[in-house]
Design a protein around this ligand. Sequence first.
Ligand code: HEM
Length: 430
Amino acid sequence: MITLSDARLSTRIAAERAGAWLLRATGDEFARFDSPANRADPYPAYARLRERKALYRSKLGFRVAVTFEHCNLVLRDRRFGVQRADGGQPKFFDTITMARGPEIVLSFLELDPPEHTRLRALARPAFGPAKLDGYRPLIESIAHDLLDRATEDGGFDLITDFAGPLPIRVISELLGIPDVNAERFLAYGRVLAQALDGISSMRQVRELRTATDEMYTMFRALMAAKREHPEADVLTQLTEAHDAGKLTVPELLATCELLLVAGFETTVNLIGNSALALLSHPDQWALLREDPGLARAAAEETLRYDPPVQSTARVAHEDLELAGERVRANELVFTMLGATGRDPAVFADPEVFDITRTPEREHLAFSSGIHYCLGAPLARLEAEIALRVLAERLPEPALDGTPRRRPSAGIRGLLRFPVRNAPGKRLSVP
Ligand code: HEM
């Protein structure tokens, strides 16, 4: 049934789409990030902007920071937040909220203190360094198991058979989700991640609502099950926290969704982008094959060189000055994380992919400040193990078909990456 608010939403989506199309056609650099050419390789466009200015004003009504220094500043400065000063949502993101419906609350990724602090603290224990070493054997066994199955018939898809299911199985185990349907979860992740690029049709709205409904139904059933049979997992901990009055049911659902989706939607692309960069630079793959101990460094170099999350945004809470320009209260500033790793003011030879590099600074692929990625140590561990296992067991990988990119500017990665072990064959990735 089409409600009045859906009719309003549909008009708004059409207006936003028309506006974005017009701006792309008239050369607005930010609007053009979402063009097929830029999705294939956004780095030349970042460099062009960076050479021109540190802070760019998009005709879409917000600012775009492209240097390491200014992105880092915005992410760390407490005069910026993820909500407007009055607690409302910044324009651009409120269409997603409207699309999801009034019963869905924001996750702590989208909240400012004090709610952010309270909810992040409830999720933090499961992702602390003390817990991580305990996860290593689990991740190793999942990686080997997936590769056993994937390589049974020779060729396999590095994304759908390995990089995709690995983090899904890991985060599901940590959360306490049994009988995981990896394909269904991948589909949820894709629908949610696509929405971050903007909502472009009512069909997308329906997909978003279906994915949310299905996920929340699953989490509600699991909450009841954990109450009956508590286990050593995050869902049990959060259910207990709820029963102790520390968070509401909608907050718990939003937290579970964030942990689940952030837990795999990005890590799949770190493994995929690392493998792509390594196979496109055969000398670097050879280094890793000879010394699989370089796997951690290879993942770290990929986070600088081709990170899964290309941008995030903050809202100014007051009038302030940034890069010599005046930014008004409630103005949105996009920070192009993907651009920061190639900033020549920070990294020497930034266009060179070198897994033996000693970087001058830590990259911003996991963001900075109070929203710094909660799962960064887990993502690093998963990518390290995945790359090591690949290097040890797949010494001569070759492309076995055409890789396909995700149709997204915000999350960067591959949908398909067909490979096989083909000694002597040289790989060429388009
Ligand atoms: C390579 C993999 C990953 C990348 C590149 C990544 C990237 C990011 C980025 C850029 C942010 C901050 C966004 C902002 O500042 O607005 C973030 C936040 C977050 N990430 Fe990750 N992430 C990854 C893996 C994971 C994993 C495995 C988890 C595990 C659950 C996770 C959980 C979270 C959570 C909960 C937040 C919100 C933190 C907060 O708002 O305080 N991430 N991530």
